[in-house]
Design a protein around this ligand. Structure first.
Ligand code: SF4
Length: 235
């Protein structure tokens, strides 16, 4: 696997530092568009050593930190979680973002309590990718056994959407964006990029996105758009 960039600073919308940590591996691992779950190791001690060195770069300059790990926070080892707590305490982090698959939604309240005890508010992001349940589950194999967007959003603050795939249209992408902004505080739109998964970007759909959908989210402070999945500076 290529050498990954694991620390960056996001300066424009919602300024924050971001770290890409390594966990034990995504428990779901079935999404048809994904190969970043390959960034994992069953060696918790090695993960901790790597994660500690990445977390050492956090300065706390914005008081906000986003932690991603190509999976869900539950797949980070306990020493890494303790190190994240220490970094929050010592660098003045008051808002901490984690990512979490819908399968782990019952783990979120306990995590919120754990960090609230340090005065840290959590923002939990989940990959929904699309609110069209048939497309999401039969094509993307996302593993969210729920049709109702309001119920999907329960317990989460932010969602990711994935655009640029065959079958998507201007109308479907606009509808997904509208639903995401209705039910979540923030939406992160990812444009499909070539990877080793079974799905490929559809250039004609990406052209439609750039022409008809991107103008709707470019200036929206509640919406991040990653035209390449490394646009946050990590990955
Ligand atoms: S997109 Fe997320 S949940 Fe799906 S396989 Fe990849 S890491 Fe796992």
């Amino acid at each position: 696997m290529k050498e990954l960039s694991r620390y960056s600073v996001i300066k424009d919308k919602n300024p924050r530092e971001i770290v890409l940590l390594r966990g034990l591996g995504c428990a779901w691992r079935r999404c048809a568009f994904c190969d970043y779950h390959l960034d994992c190791s069953a060696d918790a001690a090695a993960n901790f050593e790597l994660n500690r060195s990445v977390l050492a770069r956090v300065t706390g300059e914005f008081g906000r930190l986003e932690v991603i790990n190509s999976g869900s926070f539950c797949e980070l080892d306990e020493l890494t979680m303790s190190e994240i707590e220490r970094v929050c305490r010592e660098r003045g982090i008051s808002v901490l973002h984690f990512e979490c698959h819908w399968l782990y939604r019952d783990e979120i309240p306990g995590l919120r309590r754990r960090f609230a005890a340090l005065g840290v508010a959590l923002r939990i992001k989940t990959g929904v990718e699309s609110f069209d349940c048939d497309f999401r589950e039969n094509v993307l194999r996302k593993g969210i056994a729920e049709r109702d967007p309001a119920k999907i959003a329960e317990g989460f603050d932010e969602c990711c959407l994935l655009f640029g795939l065959t079958g998507q249209t201007a109308e479907s992408m606009k509808a997904d964006l509208k639903t995401g902004l209705e039910h979540f505080d923030r939406v992160c739109v990812n444009i499909m990029t070539p990877n080793s998964s079974e799905l490929s970007p559809d250039k004609s759909v990406i052209d439609v996105f750039m022409r008809e959908v991107y103008p709707l989210c470019r200036e929206n402070d509640r919406c991040d758009v990653l035209l390449a999945n490394t646009d946050f500076g990590v990955g």
